[in-house]
Design a protein around this ligand. Structure first.
Ligand SMILES: *Cc1c(COP(=O)(O)O)cnc(C)c1O
Length: 415
């Protein structure tokens, strides 16, 4: 059997060895065709309704990828002034950016308003703040419908135990504060969690949300949130999030709701991972192979500063081993933990995996690294953030972010 990346022709006209020799290691590599495929899928979720897909750019805010998303007609969700800033640089007009704010300062709120960006507030106190800053203004309110879903406690973003959104029982208070400042609540948004493969909880949350929406008279849009899953166990044949039955069920629900409520609003969703995870892989050179007390380790330069998810959420990423530019698929195998170069015992990319017998000089290819990969990277241990390369639709490799240099570590010091 061929490797997944080989089957996908992921590296275009080049190969893993050429990429690492040319751009260094570790290296994020993206495939334009896969990115565009996923963008088109989300853009087409609700063809029978007024609908926009907002790319949640905290997953990946590389400027080139943002420009591709813009070309594909996606709108965007920003979580910070920094994300608004880069979206503008990527060419997104203000009216296609949505700022889903959380515990922001007045200054940050001002920034978004001055940029002409629609803001969602996340608490009654932030609704008050918005009212003080922009009386008479238009905004969205993030509801917490009391139910959540997701692959790990840390990514469940609605429900009775999370910090997000305004609890349903506080809806009367929302109206009170809105009245006090003459605010127009033109949108409602929610986001129940991340990485679900079964759409039923999402659909239930939408139904619930639509029910609350009936209490709001000035609504122009409803945003159901993101969270659509990516099959991270694809080497074990995990199937994709099944969009077609989801689309059909949601279409029915919304058609019915429009009829019964008499409302005609723009529907939005805010997927992130689903758009970019599969379109990115992370390459890392193997520098050491060793055995400690019966456990075998493949020592790479993929530190947790480069890929944080396994450490943060115990996330699974499939790993392929390449040698001299080709995937190693045949021959003897063994069980290894693939680890990085950071001084932390939790610096593990992939634990106890069945892999081909691996040697120094091989390249580990970590799959599905396009979401929450680079965007969560850091300079921990004064390691440098890696470069990012795009394999274009014509198969060419293009550098889309340079690797940091040692000098970059001094950028913020006055020396
Ligand atoms: C993170 C986030 C998203 C995107 O979640 P995915 O699981 O990557 O689709 C969408 N909306 C909000 C408010 C978020 O915080």
């Amino acid at each position: 059997m061929d490797s997944y990346t080989k089957q996908m022709h992921f590296f275009g006209n080049t190969n893993v060895e050429e990429l690492v020799s040319k751009y260094g290691s570790p290296l994020f590599v993206y495939n334009e065709d896969i990115l565009r495929r996923q963008m088109r899928r989300v853009a087409g979720i609700l063809p029978n309704h007024r609908f926009t897909a907002n790319f949640s750019i905290k997953t990946n805010s590389n400027l080139t990828i943002l420009k591709i998303a813009n070309e594909e007609g996606l709108n965007a969700d920003a979580m910070s002034p920094g994300e608004i800033f880069v979206l503008k640089k990527a060419g997104f007009p203000s009216d296609r950016i949505f700022y889903v704010s959380n515990n922001v300062s007045e200054e940050e709120m001002h920034y978004a308003l001055d940029e002409g960006v629609m803001v969602s507030v996340d608490s009654l106190s932030q609704l008050e703040m918005f009212g003080r800053i922009a009386p008479g203004g238009r905004l969205s309110v993030r509801l917490n419908p009391g139910v959540g879903a997701g692959h790990h406690e840390k990514v469940v973003t609605a429900g009775k135990k999370t910090k997000f959104g305004i609890a349903a029982q506080d809806i009367p208070m929302i109206h009170e504060i809105a009245k006090k400042y003459d605010l127009h609540i033109v949108g409602l948004n929610q986001h129940i969690g991340s990485l679900f493969m079964d759409f039923q909880p999402y659909l239930d949350a939408c139904r619930n949300f639509l029910h609350y929406a009936e209490d709001f008279d000035e609504l122009e849009f409803l945003d159901f949130g993101g969270g659509f899953g990516t099959p991270y166990h694809k080497l074990a044949d995990e199937q994709e999030f099944n969009l077609e039955p989801f689309k059909a069920a949601l279409d029915d629900l919304l058609t019915e709701w429009k009829k019964t409520s008499g409302k005609d609003v723009l529907f939005k969703m805010e997927p992130g991972r689903y758009i970019v995870a599969e379109g990115g892989v992370l390459l890392g050179r193997v520098h050491a192979v060793k055995e400690n007390y019966g456990h075998k380790y493949v020592g790479t330069d993929i530190g947790m500063n480069v890929l944080m998810r396994p450490e943060l959420y115990d996330s699974w990423h499939d790993v392929e081993i390449y040698r001299d530019g080709s995937p190693v698929v045949d021959g003897p195998r063994d069980t290894y933990s693939v680890v990085g170069n950071i001084c932390e015992s939790g610096d593990i990319v992939a634990k106890d995996r069945d892999l081909p017998v691996t040697k120094e000089g091989d390249v580990a290819v970590v799959l599905d690294a396009g979401a929450y990969g680079f965007s969560m990277s850091s300079n921990y241990n004064n390691r440098l953030r890696p470069a990012e390369v795009l394999i274009t639709s014509s198969g060419e490799d293009v550098l889309i972010r340079r690797r940091e240099t040692l000098e970059d570590l001094l950028r913020c010091f006055d020396i």
